[in-house]
Design a protein around this ligand. Structure first.
Ligand code: PGA
Length: 265
């Protein structure tokens, strides 16, 4: 079985107390399942992305977990400058200082609600790579774009912008997350064929842009991933894992996504 990346984007949910509860529950679930315990690390990579205000609580709570089972910690957004007069923003060094190893960049909610452009997102991707932190680069089309047969144009534009000026060494350090906007938080996931088609296209394009047909590329699918559609989606050849919103807020439903895929209790 391939390695699965299971990433949980908590969005604007989970205060410090709820975060501590999640970690306690998470530790208990993993310790209580030999299948999960055995998978952690080699076969399963888990990361959680709490809101900024809960990162310190998450880092502290993860110290109570067996090192092998602690999820990677990530942030949901960042500004590309290291410090200075940028009211309300948070920098990469600040996030690294809190134990973050990953940062979500270009989530569709940042693009649509907060007006983030391809150019701004590309600068964030570059800043993460410069600071040796993993950018989890999100991209995907809206419903109108899909219905207008623009999916591949949009995906291509977003990927090209993010990878412009990046070397193949850098391109392989990015985790890519294809998230069709119409499937996010709607309960209406893409079908496994729809997700596979765009993820396969993405991999080919990323390798073409990087100039290396053999480049290892990790592409996640995101958009209403739940335990009951996990097996079908994660079994698709071009899909390496899931970026999960709603179903990642409880350790039980989050881990059941992998359990459903791997067929373990
Ligand atoms: P969802 O969110 O799983 O709640 O659809 C996914 C995401 O936005 O990353």
């Amino acid at each position: 079985m391939k390695k699965i990346y299971l990433y949980g984007n908590w969005k604007m949910n989970m205060n410090c107390e709820e975060t501590r509860g999640f970690y306690k529950d998470f530790g208990g679930q993993v310790a209580g399942s030999s299948g999960l315990l055995g998978a952690m690390g080699e076969a399963l990579e888990v990361a959680v992305f709490p809101p900024f205000t809960s990162l310190a609580a998450a880092e502290e709570a993860s110290k109570n977990l067996d090192k092998r089972t602690a999820p990677f910690l990530g942030a949901q957004n960042v500004y590309f400058e290291p410090k200075g007069a940028f009211t309300g923003e948070v920098s990469i060094p600040m996030l690294k200082n809190l134990g973050c190893t990953h940062i979500i960049v270009g989530h569709s909610e940042r693009r649509t609600i907060f007006g983030e452009s391809d150019d701004l997102i590309a600068r964030k991707v570059k800043a993460c790579l410069d600071e040796a932190i993993v950018p989890v680069f999100c991209y995907g089309e809206t419903l109108a774009e899909r219905e207008g047969n623009k999916t591949f144009d949009v995906v291509s534009r977003q990927l090209r912008a993010a990878l412009s000026g990046r070397t193949s060494e850098e391109a392989k350090k990015i985790v890519y997350a294809y998230e069709p906007v119409w499937a996010i938080g709607t309960g209406k996931s893409a079908t496994s064929d729809e997700a596979q088609e765009v993820c396969a296209y993405s991999k080919k394009l990323i390798r073409d842009l990087a100039g290396s047909a053999e480049l290892p590329v990790v592409v996640l699918y995101g958009g209403s991933v739940k335990p009951d559609n996990a097996k079908e989606l994660l079994s698709m050849e071009a899909i390496d894992g899931a970026l999960v919103g709603g179903a990642s807020l409880k350790a039980d439903s989050f881990l059941r996504i992998y359990r459903a895929y791997a067929g373990i209790d």
